[in-house]
Ligand binder design. Structure first.
Ligand code: IFG
Length: 493
């Protein structure tokens, strides 16, 4: 069966420059070599071979020896995370100077191969790649996705599956929401009851060992790194803390353990702001997690501390933020925290539905960087329409065009392009219990958020994006992804 090679005009995210080379096609064969002319491509090349092996049945040799039938990873393009990709009749050449650049080239190369390349079993397909020259680099350094593993727990393998799906769209940060009212999801050796008690329940009635050991967490961090992704762990504080406070009496102002909470209300919990044990606790957590997190960030939450008086909230942040720096990390917080500090090191994650926030604008003016996660644009747990069964709608319903049709560079008043660190799409799991639920909510809006984080404003065009999204669905069908067939998209599956 000779598949027509996909068009190079179906890529998501859209690259900076795509120059098709008509009548030139490269066909992958069992003898094609993956040639490394730079060590920076070691992990990306291994990932490419790993993706190709099950669907092509080819066990492509990775070598430093030149070859006339090669996918060549070479040095070259210097833009951070950038790459050049040339496909001619005689071979594929990737040029980049960083592993991230090579990872990004691999993500593009995968989308230039027939959709069957994503299969987990051998496909009777000619592996033809259309001739093209691509020059590409990201608009923003932070293209993120957050997975809430506290409202509903997802196993390490289920998180790995989500990491694989994210990496295909050049997402380079995975923010794991690891503690909340309903659960504490990471073993803290100095506070074992956090998982022995706080890690056994979730939203609803299921119980179990709903947490990651530190070994499992380190394995997830490494799995993400081998796909060009940095993990950002979040421990939400001083609110969203019932799981911790159901685990230890002395974390409560009244020295009484809270009951485990399995509902979906928010804003009712708060750490004991005036107790020293609280700061011993968060320092122990920050210390242990920083030691097993190679990435530069640690997220301290800070959202919806609705029972914490403003003065107490500020007192808390004044003691908590320096602890993140003490253990060598840069703090990220939901935007509420930014009114408590003029330090421009911490990063703001904006999640509101407004396009103006005076505290965020004032911070940006001082030099603070902002990650944009507007709930009415990229909260993947919002219903698509009133009829969508899954999801919430406190921020309104969000169809895929709503996730695409905005500009991060001019979205927030007083937050100019050079203060935008990037775009991140949170997936809260009050209503999502299975990987199929995650896929239904994430696809096709996650690719839209990924394109907003990656592609230049000049390529922003809804009709063209919808067409490319429709073509991508042929891959999602091969992968068995349970995506939402939005009526806004001309699906080609
Ligand atoms: N807001 C809460 C989340 C989650 C969300 C669901 C933030 C920062 C509503 N905080 O979003 O915990 O409940 O859409």
């Amino acid at each position: 069966m000779t598949e027509t090679a996909p068009s190079p005009q179906e890529l998501v995210p859209q690259p900076v420059q795509v120059h098709p080379i008509p009548n030139a096609t490269f066909t992958l064969t069992p003898d094609t070599k993956i040639v490394l002319a730079t060590e920076a491509a070691h992990h990306p090349a291994a990932r490419l071979a790993e993706v190709l092996r099950p669907s092509t049945g080819y066990d492509l040799e990775i070598t430093t020896e030149p070859s006339s039938n090669a996918i060549l990873f070479d040095t070259g393009e210097t833009a951070e995370e950038g790459y050049e990709l040339d496909v001619t009749a005689t071979g594929v050449t990737i040029r980049a100077t960083t592993p991230a650049g090579h990872f990004n080239a691999v993500a593009t190369l995968r989308q230039l191969l027939p959709p069957e390349v994503e299969a987990k079993s051998e496909q009777p397909v000619e592996w033809r790649i259309p001739g093209v020259r691509i020059e590409d680099h990201p608009r923003y350094p932070h293209r993120g996705a957050m997975l809430d593993v506290t409202r509903h727990f997802f196993t390490p393998d289920q998180v790995k599956n989500y990491i694989d799906q994210l990496a295909a769209f050049k997402i380079n940060h995975l923010h794991l929401h690891l503690s909340d009212d309903q659960g504490w999801r990471l073993e803290i050796k100095s506070w074992p009851q956090l998982t022995n008690i706080g890690g056994r329940t979730e939203v609803g009635t299921r119980t179990g060992d709903f947490f990651y050991t530190q070994a499992e967490y380190k394995d997830l961090v490494e799995y993400a790194r081998a796909r060009g992704m940095t993990v950002i762990p979040e421990f939400d504080m001083p609110g969203h803390t019932n799981a911790a406070q159901s685990s230890y009496a002395n974390l409560n102002a009244d020295n009484t353990r809270r009951d485990p909470y399995t509902g979906i209300e928010v804003g009712f919990s708060s750490l004991a702001i005036h107790e020293d044990i609280t700061y011993e606790f968060i320092e122990d957590v920050i210390r242990e997690v920083a030691a097993i997190t190679p990435g530069p960030y640690l997220h301290i939450g800070g959202d919806e501390a609705l029972t914490t008086p403003d003065a107490d909230y500020e007192a808390f942040m004044t003691r908590a933020l320096p602890l993140v720096e003490k253990y060598g990390k840069t703090a990220i917080g939901w935007h509420e925290f930014i009114k408590t500090t003029t330090d421009t090191g911490p990063v703001v994650q904006f999640w509101n539905q407004t396009t103006a926030d005076e505290n965020v604008a004032a911070a940006a003016k001082r030099g603070t960087r902002v990650i944009l996660s507007p709930a009415n644009r990229v909260y993947l747990d919002m219903k698509y329409t009133e009829d969508t069964e899954l999801g919430l709608k406190w921020a309104g319903v969000v169809e895929v065009r709503d996730s695409y049709d905005w500009d991060p560079g001019s979205y927030l008043e007083g937050v100019p392009e050079d203060r935008v660190l990037g775009v991140e799409a949170p997936l809260w799991t009050e209503t999502a219990e299975t990987p199929a639920d995650l896929e239904f909510l994430a696809f096709p809006r996650l690719p839209a958020a990924a394109e907003l984080g990656w592609s230049p404003r000049a390529t922003h065009d809804w009709d063209d994006f919808a067409r490319r999204l429709g073509a991508q669905a042929r891959r999602w069908k091969v992968q068995g992804i349970n995506y939402y067939r939005s009526p806004q998209v001309p699906w080609q599956d």
